[in-house]
Design a protein around this ligand. Structure first.
Ligand code: GUN
Length: 291
């Protein structure tokens, strides 16, 4: 069997088109332009690419976009000062502070400083709690993107065995909540899981979010399973020339493709969905803030 490739790029493009239509209606019918501020501290090259893409795509769907690039040496107090200003700014309905932050800044203090109603990442305790008890509101961008791709694959996920590999607050934990909401039987696996291969082998749905290149072997995958690879890992690619690199996921794509029913590629799978869902969340928070 050769797995069908789940085209996250095309799905995200379609979603952005629908978001642009929604933004247009908010502008004309309610005189509301959703606004997103993205903040980056330091010059991590991967984070810079993500933040530039987020700001550009925000503007492309017709929203108000602000991008703050702060130096690596920024103090926690300076960053908190910016967040306080953005919290009070009526043009801004979503605030995203790109993680990771430099060592002198405590990410928890920063996340707690973001006004809950502008928390488009869904990192603040209220957002996490809302998701846990099933109240409406924005949902963490990457898990939401994974869920949309999965919903497109299945009429119903009820009763399916799903394994989430990785227990981060960013992806693993909210992903497990969303799969539970879909009535999956959810296993959360992580670095201390005994016999990960056996756990993965049972799963109809595999969501890999560990951040380790090709850690999930192709032969672990159950034939016909749906594989969602959240990992974006840069590895050396000597075949492309000296010093060249390429991006790979947490799953051994070629091995898994031979047995899975459907699989997301890296790049072009989950990545584009994360940004599209950030835009969708900003529309949601703008609508909620403005009643
Ligand atoms: N760094 C990597 N992914 C994310 C994300 O989804 N949100 C934020 N704020 N930082 C990230």
């Amino acid at each position: 069997m050769t797995a069908r490739i789940i085209d996250g790029k095309a799905f995200a493009e379609d979603l952005r088109g629908r978001i642009a239509g929604h933004v247009n209606r908010l502008k004309t019918d309610h005189q509301l332009t959703p606004g997103l501020a993205v903040v980056i501290v330091g010059h991590d090259p991967a984070s810079q690419v993500y933040v530039t893409n987020k700001a550009r795509q925000t503007a492309e769907v017709g929203m108000h976009s602000e991008k703050y690039e702060l130096p690596e040496t920024t103090s926690e107090a300076e960053l908190l000062g910016l967040i306080t200003r953005l919290n009070a700014d009526p043009k801004i309905h979503g605030i995203l502070v790109q993680l990771p932050l430099p060592a002198q800044i405590d990410p928890t203090r920063v996340i707690l400083a973001i006004a809950p109603e502008k928390d488009v990442d869904c990192f603040t305790p209220g957002s996490v709690g809302r998701l846990a008890i099933g109240l409406p509101g924005p949902v963490s961008c990457t898990p939401l993107g994974c869920l949309m791709l999965l919903r497109n694959e299945f009429e119903s996920m009820a009763g399916l065995d799903a394994v989430v590999i990785g227990r981060s607050n960013l992806v693993g934990k909210p992903m497990a909540q969303l799969l539970l909401r879909e009535n999956c039987t959810v296993t959360m696996a992580h670095s201390r899981t005994r016999d990960l291969a056996e756990v993965v082998r049972r799963a109809d749905i595999v969501v890999a979010a560990v951040g380790r290149a090709k850690m999930i072997a192709g032969e672990w995958i159950k034939p016909g399973a749906t594989v969602i690879d959240v990992g974006i890992n840069r590895i050396d690619a000597p075949e492309k020339g000296p010093g060249k690199t390429r991006l790979v996921g947490d799953v051994d794509f070629e091995g898994a493709k031979a047995v899975a029913g459907a699989i997301t590629p890296v790049p072009g799978g989950v990545g584009p969905m994360t940004i599209a869902c950030l835009l969708a969340n900003t529309v949601t928070t703008a609508s909620l803030i403005n009643g």
